[in-house]
Design a protein around this ligand. Structure first.
Ligand code: SF4
Length: 359
């Protein structure tokens, strides 16, 4: 069957069908659509990477209440942005948002640029996010290729391979670029995303409700859910770490993580290798301690590895005279008297289990 984007007449018909469907059946009340400014679209797109809409909504609303525009975000402390982000994961996203807001203020007068090249020059903005900002935010034509759109395009063309492979991704980009309309691109791209969320779902797509059904090669095969192919399975590397709950009366010692890497810039529990002596590690941090029991081990799955965490409690019994104050990057907190800073969600859960107020 001929592919719809290869024939201008068919392509225009397909674009018009999707735009009409979006206006009638698509989503119009998502918080970032009210109003859909470039800034709000940008923040929502970044939050939605790897994260579900229902999870994102309360974070988005809190973020907008605190940082309603680019100048507010640019002038914020990174620690405060990370604290607001805590629980959403993938913290590099928050660091990049903050850095990009400062770059937009310095280089673009506080307004997100309109060209794809200038948008992609900003930290953390890839081709699809740039396309979303330009189309959904500025109302100008640009392709997008987020997860839902990849699935739809792979089905339209009956591409059987996993879209994570570079050649497949390149092919999907070519299709996305060929399909994008000059007019009404905002409704078209929103229609693609809505169709992926509401109709062309990963399992059991509702093809009978789909405005693209007549042009869909995967539907013609009778098994549209088989497209695109799944990610090849692989065993994620396993890592182990011991987390130290170093306690002193109501005090708890936390350590700020390096700015890059997992949980970058967030406060967390000090840690050591599982085979290391936790008492010796605590002493090296300036806290003379005795063991005070183990908490249940926990597992957290990151994209590229799984982290096995063994939390160990340690009671402080004194401090060596040379280390009464914690070193740089360490701080005693009083969770009974002060709000804890931004913590990774798995660490917050461990502290809740240990009896600390973490909300
Ligand atoms: S016809 Fe079915 S498989 Fe094809 S795009 Fe529509 S919902 Fe998806």
């Amino acid at each position: 069957m001929s592919l719809p984007w290869e024939n201008p007449e068919q392509r225009r018909a397909l674009q018009a069908q999707l735009i009409a469907w979006q206006e009638r059946h698509g989503r119009h009340d998502l918080p970032w659509q009210q109003p859909a400014t470039p800034y709000r679209v940008w923040i929502s797109e970044v939050m939605l990477q790897q994260t579900r809409v229902e999870t994102v909504i309360p974070y988005f609303q809190r973020f907008m209440a605190r940082y309603p525009d680019i100048p507010a975000l640019a002038s914020a402390e990174l620690d405060d942005v990370l604290a607001l982000w805590a629980g959403l994961g993938y913290y590099a996203r928050a660091r990049n948002l903050h850095a990009a807001a400062r770059a937009v203020t310095a280089e673009h007068g506080g307004e997100l640029p309109t060209t794809l090249a200038a948008l992609q020059a900003l930290p953390g903005i890839g081709p699809s996010t740039a396309g979303a900002i330009r189309s959904l935010g500025h109302g100008l034509p640009a392709p997008i290729l987020e997860g839902n759109v990849k699935r739809i395009l792979a089905r339209l063309a009956a591409i059987p391979e996993w879209p994570g492979r570079s050649p497949v991704a390149r092919r999907l980009w070519t299709i996305a670029e060929a399909l994008v309309p000059e007019q009404h691109c905002r409704a078209f791209n929103q229609g693609l995303m809505d169709l992926g969320a509401l109709v062309c779902t990963p399992r059991a797509p509702a093809c009978s409700d789909c405005p693209l059904a007549s042009a869909c090669a995967a539907r013609a095969t009778g098994a549209p859910e088989a497209y695109p192919g799944a990610r090849p399975s692989r065993q994620r590397p396993q890592r182990q770490v011991r987390l130290l709950l170093i306690e002193d009366g109501g005090g708890l010692l936390l350590e700020q993580r390096p700015p890059t890497g997992i949980w970058g810039g967030l406060w967390s529990l000090p840690e050591c290798a599982t085979e290391d002596d936790p008492v010796a590690r605590a002493r090296a941090l300036g806290a003379v301690c005795e063991p005070a029991g183990e908490l249940a081990p926990r597992l957290h799955a990151f994209t590229h590895f799984e982290l096995h965490m063994q939390p160990s409690r340690l009671r402080r019994v004194g401090a060596p005279p040379e280390a009464r104050e914690p070193a740089a990057g360490l701080r005693w907190f009083r969770p009974d008297r002060e709000a804890l800073p931004g913590l990774p969600a798995p660490i917050r859960r461990i502290l809740t289990e240990a009896g600390y107020p973490t909300e």
